[in-house]
Design a protein. Structure first.
Length: 261
């Protein structure tokens, strides 16, 4: 069954080509925004002499030598990724109870590899390639900010947001027809056999809604879609077993739905 394209992180070689046949990471929720920063290498004017001003009541004007571009500049991609073991997960991650098992896969790309020889210099971090739809960005992960957002009663981290920055990268835009995606890895739905995920299940393509303390899923669905909202379908698609007792701050895709087969 084809589905919405999911963003992926791949290991890349020195030529910027992805390594392997499967991605290192397929995100759980697609990001809501991507930030691409272009940094230019510009040298300030070298002629700092002042041109005398003919008017005595005005200061001398600086030299008119323009700024000079000294290099091609660089590009940087910033993106926030969410992971939540209480929400819908791929079958590959089924059974994961600590969200840090998922975020550590992202941290791999910012960790320098061990030296090739004992006491030798540490190698640079591996190249990473971010692929989503028509966008391919390859570079070095230079920052990672991990925030643990939700814990179990035993203190196990259940939800985390990871802000990453990939710099010194190159952007490639591929045709829309070549954008591979879908939910081929499968989904872990609590409803069991006989439930098929509809094309509207695209977590991350729509803003997720955070549950407030004491508010049921039925009330959230009614507020979003009216009194006839199909809250049962939303609960099944989000893997919610008890729609009356939501965890405060729990992320819910209100646009997700299921269809019985």
């Amino acid at each position: 069954m084809a589905g919405r394209a999911k963003a992926e992180l791949w290991a890349a070689d020195d030529q910027g080509e992805k390594i392997g046949a499967t991605p290192q990471i397929t995100v759980q929720f697609n990001p809501e925004t991507l930030r691409i920063t272009h940094n230019g290498q510009v040298h300030p004017p070298t002629n700092q002499t002042k041109v005398p001003n003919q008017s005595s009541d005005q200061p001398d004007a600086p030299g008119s030598t323009p700024h000079q571009r000294t290099g091609p500049g660089s590009k940087r991609l910033s993106v926030q990724l969410w992971f939540d073991v209480t929400s819908v997960m791929s079958l590959a991650d089924e059974g994961v109870s600590d969200v840090r098992e998922l975020t550590e896969k992202v941290a791999f790309f910012i960790t320098a590899k061990k030296p090739d020889v004992p006491n030798g210099p540490a190698a640079a971090p591996p190249l990473v390639q971010f692929r989503w739809g028509t966008l391919i960005f390859t570079g070095v992960m230079d920052s990672l900010d991990e925030n643990l957002e939700l814990f179990s009663t035993d203190g196990v981290a259940l939800r985390a947001s990871v802000n990453i920055g990939i710099s010194e990268g190159e952007i490639v835009r591929r045709p829309a027809g070549g954008a591979a995606g879908g939910l081929s890895a499968g989904l872990n739905l609590s409803a069991g056999i006989g439930i098929g995920v509809s094309a509207s299940l695209g977590a991350g393509t729509q803003p997720l809604v955070q549950a407030e303390a004491g508010v049921s899923l039925q009330a959230m669905a009614s507020a979003s879609f009216g009194g006839n909202a199909d809250w049962q379908s939303i609960a099944t698609a989000n893997g919610i077993e008890n729609p009356r007792q939501l965890q405060p701050g729990q992320l819910i895709n209100m646009n997700a739905s299921v269809s019985t087969s």
